[in-house]
Design a protein around this ligand. Structure first.
Ligand SMILES: [Zn+2]
Length: 314
């Protein structure tokens, strides 16, 4: 009789342990699913590190994580600029991110060139915000993405402006100069990329779009002052961009790469990462850190994330 009671007790205990275990597992599964759902709607900005609060709000550059694509928000006080708008499938998230920044109007929206990973979300952005100037190179495409971009521009009674190489513009307390494209016609779409150098007090920033070596060589020929503090590397860190000659002229203190984690192109490429590592240039990467925010007061620069690795794709 006693043995039986013991056996029953063990059985009951076993059932209780099993029920508790099931409850815990299902709770965590729900939690994980919820986290996943949240991830698709909002961007998580990594914890702020080595970041000086005093300089927040002067100049901010957000390299927004839009996967294997580019979308860069620049804020200078109440002035806003967007360089590229990521792909079609991330436009909802991009617009949500921009709305969170309390943007009322863009001074400038720049579509660097016609590829979908740069202008995919442009129609939605233009539909959702007021904008003063929309820059785009003298390039056309027969894609749906390009057509809906142009349609949105027209619906706002705006015209695309193709800036000339060497032209300068005011942007709040900052200025920027257009360095490329330098020709009217290219075989490779990437080389139509509008390249700009932004200067804020004593600091400057180079945004390369997907410009390749051919465009870099044209920029070099113009004898522009290319020295800058931070460069957004051309073409997601591809070997087709960032020639040694160009990098030597730019001599950046840091490089930013906008690329998707484990992307099909193997970006960033080995050749680029080796050049950066040899030159001791710290690299910040959206594929490793998610959205990267740079802060500057015009004398100092800090990032919200730690430096990335020199690992490269295959
Ligand atoms: Zn691209």
């Amino acid at each position: 009789m006693k043995k039986r009671t013991k056996k029953n007790l063990i059985k009951i205990l076993g059932v209780i342990v099993f029920l508790i275990f099931t409850a815990i597992v299902s709770y965590y599964l729900d939690f994980a699913n919820e986290e996943k759902e949240q991830d698709t709607n909002t961007y998580k900005v990594a914890e702020k590190q080595n970041f000086n609060l005093d300089i927040e709000g002067k100049l901010q550059i957000h390299f927004i994580d839009v996967g294997q694509a580019d979308a860069i928000l620049i804020k200078q006080d109440e002035h806003y600029m967007l360089i590229d708008a990521g792909k079609n499938d991330s436009e909802e998230r991009l617009v949500n991110y921009l709305k969170e920044q309390k943007i009322t109007k863009f001074d400038y929206i720049i579509g660097t060139h016609a590829h979908e990973d740069h202008i995919g979300g442009m129609d939605k952005v233009i539909d959702s915000f007021e904008v003063d100037n929309i820059f785009f190179p003298k390039q056309t495409a027969t894609t749906k993405t390009f057509e809906s971009f142009v349609k949105s521009v027209k619906s706002k009674d705006k015209k695309l402006y193709a800036p000339n190489s060497g032209e300068s513009f005011n942007f709040g307390d900052a200025t920027f100069k257009v360095l490329a494209p330098n020709l009217q016609k290219y075989d490779e779409s990437n080389n139509y990329s509008i390249v700009i150098k932004l200067t804020y007090k004593n600091k400057s920033f180079l945004f390369m779009g997907d410009a390749e070596e051919l465009s870099e060589n044209e920029i070099l020929k113009n004898n522009y002052d290319l020295k800058c503090d931070v460069i957004k590397l051309g073409h997601h860190g591809s070997r087709s961009s960032t020639s040694t000659k160009f990098l030597n002229e730019v001599m950046p203190s840091a490089a930013v790469i906008s690329a998707g984690k484990d992307n099909d192109y193997g970006h960033p490429h080995k050749e680029t990462m080796i050049k950066l590592q040899r030159a001791n240039i710290p690299v910040y990467r959206t594929d490793e850190s998610g959205t990267i925010i740079l802060f500057s007061d015009g004398d100092n620069i800090s990032f919200n994330v730690k430096e990335g690795t020199y690992n490269y794709g295959r």
